[in-house]
Design a protein around this ligand. Structure first.
Ligand SMILES: O=C(O)CCC(=O)C(=O)O
Ligand SMILES: [Fe+2]
Length: 441
């Protein structure tokens, strides 16, 4: 085993396997759910170098994808094939080293603790990530001067991708009316991270269907992802899991929690995951666009101001205490959010009324469970005592529902569709004096 590259998943987590009947992974969140394969929005960044009209159109597409998907792909992104491929070759070389060398960070000049694998806090198979990663602070590799080809490739990759990330962040800020130097001043090469991911083949895929990375959102402003062509990345769109079809020309961009807070929920940090592959190993390289720890993220009302350091500390504490990240909802200014008035734009003159909101349970991801999409009415609604159209065998402790704002004036702060995915027994929604309150009981 000492010479094997793969982490000892099966021996380390053997209790989880022996305690997990097949049914353990049959919950709503399991990777066996039916997913649709779909093309993410694909944006040609070459448009930014053409005339004003093309540039503006391209900026609008970037903002639209970030509002509606939280994810998009870019081509003609300015990162050369050579930079991408040499980075990947070094990553593969590093990951092929014996497991014990990786745990000791031997030969790689990386800080102790940068190598991670599995999920130490997992209490069941659905919490286990069948993957390994080097999570690298760029301070470890900057100025390495080429004495180690891994460090110099990471430095070259990161400094090039940083410019792309800054360009995208500036565009996203401008599109919500905030032309700013904030990102250039706070997100520097020295404050960003690289995650070198490897997903070993998972021979246990049947009967256990495993995650390569469990569902999560990223705790950064945005992530630039370079993946190989194996596939497995999935994200939530309108309450459904969508499988991303790899495009070898494209880099994937996704909005992280900090941008969602900074934009007051205009841009969405959406849940994503990777499903394990029984036969093929998979590699991906993620560039995490982060500010320094003391940078304060100010939202325009929906969230309290918090520093990036505080955010990370809270995430870590929640993982330690609850076994999973809770994320941005920890920092809501209040549980009661006003749909009108936090857009950073002039206060809309429209009061939120019952007819501006539609609550529904989206199409089931599990055939035979929730079978119909229909409005639950009248509002306020309580899905436990829901009306007809929904199959009674729906898991009573997991509700995934959508609050849809039918008038665009509310979309700025809440988005057209706000998706709630809660482990609750009862959901109450009330509207009064222009605000929407969702209460989980
Ligand atoms: O490997 C992928 O496709 C996604 C990786 C990811 O989500 C992450 O590193 O945060
Ligand atoms: Fe991620």
């Amino acid at each position: 085993m000492g010479e094997s590259a793969d982490p000892p998943f099966e021996t380390t987590y053997k209790n989880l396997f022996s305690n997990s009947p097949d049914s353990t992974l049959q919950k709503d969140s399991g990777p066996e759910l039916i997913v649709e394969e779909s093309e993410l929005p694909l944006i040609d960044l070459n448009q930014l170098n053409l005339g004003d009209l093309e540039k503006q159109a391209c900026q609008k597409l970037i903002a639209q994808a970030s509002r509606e998907w939280g994810f998009f792909q870019v081509i003609n992104h300015g990162i050369s094939r050579d930079v991408l491929e040499t980075m990947r070759a070094e990553q593969v070389k590093l990951m092929k080293k014996p497991f014990l060398d990786k745990t000791n960070c031997k030969d790689s000049n990386l800080s102790a603790g940068s190598y991670r694998w599995g999920t130490p806090s997992a209490t069941s198979l659905e919490h286990l990530s069948w993957s390994e990663a080097f999570h690298v602070s760029l301070t470890d590799v900057l100025g390495s001067g080429g004495h180690n080809s891994l460090s110099s490739r990471m430095e070259q990759f990161a400094t090039t991708v940083l410019k792309l990330a800054q360009t995208l962040a500036d565009i996203l800020a401008e599109e919500i009316g905030d032309k700013t130097c904030f990102f250039k001043e706070t997100c520097l090469a020295s404050t960003c991270y690289l995650r070198l991911n490897r997903y070993p083949p998972c021979p246990l895929i049947h009967p256990y269907k495993m995650f390569g990375i469990i569902p999560h959102t990223d705790s950064d402003f945005l992530t630039v992802l370079y993946q190989d062509n194996i596939g497995g990345l999935q994200l939530v769109k309108d309450g459904r899991w969508i499988a991303v079809k790899p495009n070898p020309q494209a880099l994937i961009i996704n909005i992280g929690d900090l941008f969602q807070a900074w934009s007051n929920n205009v841009y969405k940090s959406v849940k994503h995951r990777v499903v394990a592959n029984a036969r093929n190993e998979r590699f991906s390289t993620a560039f995490l666009f982060c500010p320094s720890s003391d940078t304060v993220i100010r939202s325009r009302g929906l969230y309290k101001s918090f520093s990036f350091g505080e955010y990370r500390q809270q995430v870590q504490q929640d993982v330690d205490v609850f076994g999973h990240k809770i994320g941005l909802s920890r920092f809501l200014a209040s549980r009661r959010t006003s749909a009108a008035g936090h857009t950073g734009q002039p206060e809309p003159k429209l009061t939120l009324l019952r007819r501006h909101v539609r609550v529904f349970i989206p199409h089931s991801l599990r055939p035979g469970r929730i079978i119909k999409r229909r409005s639950l009415g009248p509002f306020p609604t309580d899905p436990v005592h829901r009306r007809g159209g929904v199959n009674g065998r729906v898991n009573p402790t997991m509700w995934r529902f959508v609050v849809q704002f039918t008038h665009p004036v509310f979309w700025g702060s809440m988005g057209k569709n706000s998706i709630y995915d809660e482990k609750v027994r009862r959901i109450e929604a009330t509207i009064d004096d222009g605000g929407l309150a969702l209460k989980s009981a």
